[in-house]
Design a protein around this ligand. Structure first.
Ligand code: MN
Ligand code: MN
Length: 315
């Protein structure tokens, strides 16, 4: 049983720093969830430096405590979790990196461990979805982002951080009928940027539509859409308003607060989620660790969902 160090006995500033002070072991024995860094950032279209995202999140995450009052669950009453370390990415070589991601995730998924990946730019999600497809077939995508990331190419390049979900649909990795994107906003190249995602089969709720519906209604809609499908959650930190997550590569104003961004994750309870990623944290632009606080808290809500799934499936 792997649990975090008890920060009421060992001060939380005592290192080395791992996610939530979990043990840094690469094992698939006696593990329910694994937090895994994927420090790849050479498919970003604007700012880079997301390669330092995973460690930046770990640095702040030592503040996390095991009990989630909003879900009334102590994660480690039901789960054993580890910090699995980082996947060896190949800077500048996205295809070799995708291969390494699939190779690294395969034993994790084969042992029914729920992985939570920390990026890295958003291109890495295509690697995650390839690995999930090998294990589960097409999965429902629940995608929080200010961008749809369904562009066809950037600078003629097909594998960039703005294209992973179009590639994933083309490769048959996504069960689009049960998939949904939430939060899209900001200036675009044309109306096609959102319509294309709908044409690919996604339901898309833009940020403006989400505000008008009310966020609780949006959460209801997500649950209806996904239903009982096996799902993957991809959370781009630029989903949050830059006031709450300045440390990212392509910020867009007019987004949700950090409270609202956490509620969206909490409201996924009950869905059959097989894995998560949290991407695009860029420490160089993070002032006062605001983005790291938000990102580590979003991951805390993700692992709380894993604990809830465990609890409810054993009762
Ligand atoms: Mn984005
Ligand atoms: Mn994105």
């Amino acid at each position: 049983m792997y649990r975090p160090k008890d920060s009421s006995k060992s001060p939380r500033f005592v290192g080395p720093r791992t996610f939530m002070r979990l043990e840094n072991v690469r094992t698939t024995e006696d593990v329910d969830f694994a937090v895994i860094g994927v420090p790849f950032d050479t498919a970003a279209s604007n700012r880079t430096g997301q390669r330092y995202g995973p460690q930046h999140i770990r640095d702040f995450s030592v503040l996390l405590r095991p009990y989630n009052p909003d879900q009334d669950i102590n994660i480690f009453d039901y789960c054993s979790g580890v910090d699995y370390g980082d996947i060896d990415v190949i800077p500048g070589n996205i295809h070799a990196t995708y291969d390494n991601i699939v190779d690294s995730l395969t034993p994790v998924l084969d042992n029914d461990i729920t992985p939570v990946m920390m990026g890295g730019d958003h291109s890495i999600s295509l690697g995650h979805l390839r690995a999930f497809h090998k294990k589960y077939g097409p999965v429902a995508l629940i995608h929080f982002d200010s961008h749809g990331d369904t562009w066809d190419n950037y600078f003629g390049e097909k594998y960039m951080h703005g294209t992973p979900f179009r590639r994933a649909v083309e490769e048959g990795l996504i069960d689009t009928e049960h998939s949904i994107q939430v939060g899209m906003r900001g200036p675009l190249y044309g109306p096609g940027c959102i319509e294309d995602a709908r044409d690919l089969g996604f339901e898309v709720i833009t940020m403006r539509e989400a505000r008008k519906m009310g966020f609780d209604k949006v959460s209801e809609r997500i649950r209806e859409r996904v239903g009982t499908a096996k799902a993957f959650v991809s959370y781009d930190i630029d989903f949050l308003d830059p006031a709450y997550a300045p440390g990212t590569g392509t910020p867009e104003v007019g987004g949700p607060t950090s409270f609202e961004g956490l509620e969206f994750v909490r409201n996924l309870r009950g869905l059959d989620i097989k894995g998560f990623d949290l991407v695009e944290v860029l420490p160089t632009y993070d002032s006062g660790e605001i983005t790291a606080v938000a990102a580590s808290s979003v991951i805390f809500e993700m692992i709380s969902l894993i604990a809830i799934q465990k609890r409810d499936s054993s009762s």
